[in-house]
Design a binder for this molecule. Sequence first.
Ligand SMILES: C[S@@+](CC[C@H](N)C(=O)[O-])C[C@H]1O[C@@H](n2cnc3c(N)ncnc32)[C@H](O)[C@@H]1O
Length: 237
Amino acid sequence: MSQADMSKRPEEVAGMFDGVAKGYDRTNNALSGGNAVLWRVATVKAVDPKPSERVLDIAAGTGTSSAALAKSGAAVTALDFSAGMVAVGRERHPEIEFVEADATELPFEDEIFDAVTISFGLRNIVDVPKALSEMYRVLKPGGRLVICEFSTPPAPIVRAGYWAYLDVVMPLVAKVTSTNTGAYDYLGESIKAWPDQLELSVLIRSAGFTRVAYRNLTAGVVALHRGRKPAASLRRS
Ligand SMILES: C[S@@+](CC[C@H](N)C(=O)[O-])C[C@H]1O[C@@H](n2cnc3c(N)ncnc32)[C@H](O)[C@@H]1O
């Protein structure tokens, strides 16, 4: 994990999201220049939820990612450890089941979900390998993992422009739209320090997932990672 993430404790991360909960979706849309909608569509397509399935959306925040998944008719559980984000989510999406809990200690039995997904949350989790092993544990054999996360644009010119955007433009936009501008300084730092596409693929494989692959969205600003729990699952400690 990066220095930026290592220096944050889980309570600090939860407190930071409590502080931005009300304006979170508005700021998100403004900062992504509308791309957030396209990233969500691509994520739902990758998860491919069916009406008979149980889907777990980890680090669900205000439930925007969960609501997009629930449109398929699947039973979606939205999990987040920020009481502020969960409160906004419950108010906005009463049809969705919200669970307030830590992604590194999922309060579920083994092998009960058909798909587990996390959008823009893994980067904020202090112990990423532990979270990935919990995702593996609660997935049914053959179950699908989909991770949507900011990543590293492979083209140097795009990367340079994007990092300049994170350093200069994003703090200005956050100043106008957010209730906690400090949280958005953290956002830029955490994106730059986050493992790139290949490094994250290694972490996913190390947790036991097979068929690990990714595809870049918006020139690699975001990457959509997938994996499968093997059908005949090897139990991991
Ligand atoms: C950027 S928001 C993403 C929300 C939503 N998935 C979306 O796409 O809009 C990240 C969320 O991760 C949550 N989070 C961070 N670490 C967590 C952990 N260890 N357990 C549960 N939630 C966590 C935060 O509380 C926050 O709501």
